[in-house]
Design a protein around this ligand. Structure first.
Ligand SMILES: [Zn+2]
Length: 395
């Protein structure tokens, strides 16, 4: 679970004794970039991305202040990222940083590195976009990197698939982001799986379905994650699978098209489920089905998610879910009881139920059905098939 409510950051604007004339932006600019609402900056981003669970209200901007050291000397003395963040905190030693959720050390020139360490963020003019700060402050509040299912490596030191959910801020900077001449890269949102891990998904807005082992199906609509003001479900959770609908607008302007996303969580990471793993396509379009094929569903049970349609005016996607129970195994391999009726049909007793076989079955004869059943028991390790018997279905 993550924090909720106001996450105050202390932003330290720092320059060096040999470049103290360099102030790339005014303190007011950073206030609008990070602390204020209604500017299209980081506070607005987190309100949207957290579905209003957190905001940055109360964040403070300090500086510009000159560190009494030349830049080269400072960097030589502070090789690590956390060292550089501590250097900014030391320059503003009068500020009690324990009152803040985290600190942002904002230098006036490139300091050769940028990112998160502990509860701090190292930033500079080459690393201070809304996307960059969104990702790094995301770490501060407890988020970790997102992955896809591929074996690709984004950088030499990253794990396979790490930084490859291009729809999730926790894969930045390898994400779909737009460019704003004022605040640079922006977006995308945070995926539903990460939201739920943080405790930021309102459960009343999550469609959920599960079953110990009874078959069912249902249809529901999901509202775009960009439009929480529209009533309805924002996400669905089925067992460990998260479903969400994303539309090409606002913080998600740069995604290639409207699409449904599927994720699972392997705590603490979210993993996006590809619709086409070969071509690295991670969104799901109307007509596509996630889950086992019908034959496997009939034998092993399982869950199928079908994308039915998108309504881009209403900002919603219609989804159907079918859960197929797996037949409990009561009789052992070969222990099928059955008989032939006087009309040429027949019956089987499976699990205490009498299963009629219609006469002149277009699918198979009783003998074939029984043989198939026995073979299925033997071949599938005791998972009864019952295929083609017809006429029975769960409720
Ligand atoms: Zn990161």
């Amino acid at each position: 679970m993550g924090p909720t409510g106001s996450q105050k950051f202390a932003v330290f604007l720092c320059k060096f004794s040999d470049n103290s004339n360099v102030e790339p932006f005014t303190p007011d600019f950073y206030r609008q970039l990070i602390a204020e609402r209604g500017t299209g900056g980081l506070n607005d981003y987190w309100i949207a991305a957290s579905q209003s669970a957190i905001n940055l209200d109360g964040s403070d901007i300090f500086g510009w202040r000159t560190i009494q050291q030349k830049q080269a000397d400072f960097l030589a003395a502070r090789p690590g990222r956390w060292d550089k963040i501590l250097g900014a905190m030391a320059a503003f030693s009068e500020v009690d940083t324990s009152k803040y959720a985290g600190v942002i050390a904002m230098y006036n020139t490139d300091v050769g590195d940028g990112g998160n360490a502990n509860n701090g963020v190292l930033a500079s003019p080459t690393g201070m976009s809304v996307t960059f700060l969104g990702h790094e402050t995301g770490h501060v509040v407890g988020l970790e990197h997102s992955f896809d299912q591929s074996t690709r490596k984004d950088v030499t030191w990253s794990a396979p698939g790490e930084y490859y959910d291009m729809y999730d801020i926790m894969s930045a900077m390898n994400i779909y982001s737009t460019y704003d001449s004022r605040f640079q890269q922006k977006g995308p949102l945070l995926c539903a799986a990460n939201l739920d891990r943080m405790g930021w998904l309102d459960s009343s807005r999550v469609w959920s379905g599960q079953s110990a082992n009874s078959s069912w199906s249902d249809v529901f609509d999901l509202v775009s994650m960009s439009h929480p003001e529209i009533p309805g479900f924002l996400a669905a959770r089925i067992g460990g699978l998260y479903i969400e609908f994303r539309t090409q607008e606002l913080w998600d302007t740069a995604i290639p098209r409207a699409g449904v996303l599927l994720h699972v969580v392997s705590d603490p990471n979210a993993i996006i489920i590809a619709s086409d793993l070969t071509n690295y396509v991670d969104d799901w379009q109307p007509g596509q089905v996630y889950g086992p094929p019908d034959l496997s569903m009939a034998i092993n049970g399982g869950t199928q998610v079908r994308i039915l349609s998108f309504d881009l005016n209403a900002k919603n996607a219609r989804i159907s879910v079918r859960f197929a129970a797996r037949r409990p195994i009561v009789v052992g391999p070969g222990q099928v009881l059955g008989g032939v009726g006087s009309d040429g049909g027949g019956w089987l007793i499976l699990n205490g139920r009498i299963i009629p076989i219609p006469p002149r079955s277009p699918v198979m004869s009783l003998a074939e059905a029984m043989a198939n059943y026995v073979n299925a028991e033997l071949n599938l390790g005791g998972l009864a098939a019952g295929l083609g018997l017809g006429g029975f279905s769960g409720r």
